[in-house]
Write a protein that binds this ligand. Structure first.
Ligand code: XUL
Length: 518
């Protein structure tokens, strides 16, 4: 029997799965929700909601407390950690943690008599961590682009133009606004490499998947790019861990976890990756040919790429594929943010959202559209004051639900042309993918069947699969066990609705351009 642990530190929760890779079963699946289980941090959705000027930060001590709580609860549920052979993880992308030079020493000296949060609090050189929702660094993006000769150069080197939420611009802002604390910083980690370091008991590398979301790694040699480092902040090379392939081992698990939770001292740690790269693995999409749409706090569309190809409009990104090679990603910030806003406004639940509201309205919504940008949007980049409706007419609940879903998926279709792939199927994941009505709108807008897998979360499963892959298990074999589309969950497109959406797409593009060009 081969048991592996996959962890997933997302915006709103920390989750774990234990996979039995021989039998191909998920043995355990558990989550700690930051808002509900750690309410004393006053971050109900996992981040500080009082940030101004587009700043969105989280408390890294909350993440540490969540790790102790999650493992304690699993142990109370009779999980025997001594049988786990390897552990890896998935982290929300782009977020960064700033640590003093004492970080490594403190990690080495951790005692099981105390907890992680108490022992590591004094290692932080910055008390909060900017996360992917932060849109406050437009100035820094422009400065970085200018310093290296334009955004085309940033994009051809790093796979993305300079992007507000990416780690490089965030580091620049910190270095400029708080130079003393920046100088005190010994190491800057991503959420993924921070957790991986805690587990390994030493600073470990940033993987090529999550490293691609920093505007600092050069895609051609998968290493830090000196020009981008120089354009970002003084002395940055000395503060970053190395880059490494995603299946790299980082040594046996720290003695803290052996003593406190009963892990075996031979349990191997594998470096972590970002949530979208892990989800690519969890969805069984590591080889080119499958397009995945993940419906989460943000919605993302991603696919493995045969060769790196960048988005001429600047919205798409290229990251390292954890299985080797590259992956593309497009992120839409107003995902469940917008769906939930409509659900709450019309006092619906997910059942009535689908059954009552959606079934009352026809595909195309009689031309009633909306631009569902409750928060500044990433794709397209729009600094909005709120959603825009195409008509003054009072939208019924059915019309509003249909308008939010159609606009989200038409926006996705409009902004994924550059990938140059016409998917023959779409693989849908994330919380909202369980909703048949939502899956049907995706199938109709893209005109292809939609498959769903029977896994709790593709990023968490992908983290577990990556742990096994790091131990040397075959990825194809792992995919055949854990990433199979579930029979009976495929949604076929309705040809009449597809025709309507083919005609509707230019109207939606025109509405978007009319509202946001100038
Ligand atoms: C991707 C992105 C989000 C986060 C969510 O670029 O910003 O999908 O990874 O955790």
């Amino acid at each position: 029997m081969s048991l592996v642990l996959g962890l997933d530190s997302s915006t709103q929760s920390l989750s774990a799965v234990i996979l039995d890779t021989e039998k191909g079963i998920v043995m355990a699946n558990h989550s700690v929700n930051f808002g509900e289980d750690l309410s004393h941090y006053s971050q109900p959705h996992g981040y500080d909601e009082t940030g101004e000027r587009g700043e969105v930060h989280s408390n890294p001590l909350m993440w540490l407390e969540a790790l102790d709580l999650l493992l304690t609860q699993l142990a109370e549920g009779n999980i025997d950690f001594s049988k786990i052979e390897a552990v890896s993880g998935s982290g929300q992308q782009h977020g960064s943690v700033y640590l003093k030079a004492n970080f490594n020493d403190v990690l080495e000296g951790l005692t099981a008599q105390s907890d992680l949060k108490t022992q590591l609090a004094n290692c932080l050189s910055r008390f909060s961590s900017p996360i992917w929702m932060d849109s406050s660094t437009s100035e820094e993006c422009a400065e970085i682009a200018q310093a290296v000769g334009g955004n085309e150069v940033v994009c051809s080197k790093s796979g993305s133009v300079a992007v507000e939420r990416f780690t490089g611009p965030q580091i620049r802002k910190f270095a400029e606004t708080d130079p003393d604390s920046y100088a005190e910083t010994g190491t800057i980690h991503l959420v993924s490499s921070f957790f991986a370091s805690i587990l390994a008991g030493k600073t470990v590398a940033i993987d090529h998947g999550d490293g691609g979301g920093m505007n600092l790694m050069n895609l051609s040699n998968l290493d830090w790019d000196q020009d981008l480092l120089d354009a970002t902040a003084i002395g940055l090379a000395g503060k970053l861990p190395p880059c490494a392939p995603s299946n790299s081992k980082s040594g046996p698990i720290s003695h803290y976890f052996v003593k406190k939770y009963g892990f075996s001292p031979t349990c191997e740690t594998i470096i972590w990756s970002g949530d979208n790269p892990c989800s690519l693995i969890g969805m069984g999409a590591a080889s080119p040919g499958k397009v995945v749409i993940s419906l989460g706090t943000s919605d993302t569309l991603f696919a493995a790429m045969p060769a790196p190809k960048t988005d001429p409009n600047g919205f798409g990104h290229v990251f390292g594929n954890p299985a080797g090679g590259y992956m593309s990603l497009i992120c839409f910030k107003n995902g469940s943010l917008a769906r939930e806003a409509i659900k709450e406004k019309y006092e619906l639940n997910w059942n009535s959202f689908e059954k009552d509201a959606l079934s009352q309205t026809p595909a195309g919504n009689n031309d009633l559209m909306m631009l569902p940008f409750y928060e500044p949007e990433i794709t397209p980049a729009i600094d909005t004051e709120g959603p825009v409706f195409s008509s003054d007419h009072h939208y019924s609940s059915g019309e509003a639900v249909r308008a939010v879903l159609e606009s989200q998926f038409l926006n996705m279709r409009a902004h994924s042309d550059w990938l140059g792939v016409s998917p023959s199927r779409i693989y849908l994941t994330g919380g909202a993918s369980e909703n048949d009505g939502i899956a049907q709108v995706v199938a109709n807008v893209f005109g292809v069947p939609v498959d769903r897998l029977d896994v709790p979360s593709s990023a968490t499963i992908g983290a577990g699969m990556r742990a096994a892959h790091g131990l040397g298990e075959d990825l194809d074999d792992l995919e055949s066990k854990f990433s199979k589309p579930k029979e009976g969950l495929t949604v076929e497109p309705d040809p009449t609705a597809c025709d309507i959406y083919n005609e509707f797409l230019p109207k939606f593009k025109a509405f978007l351009a009319e509202q946001f060009t100038s």
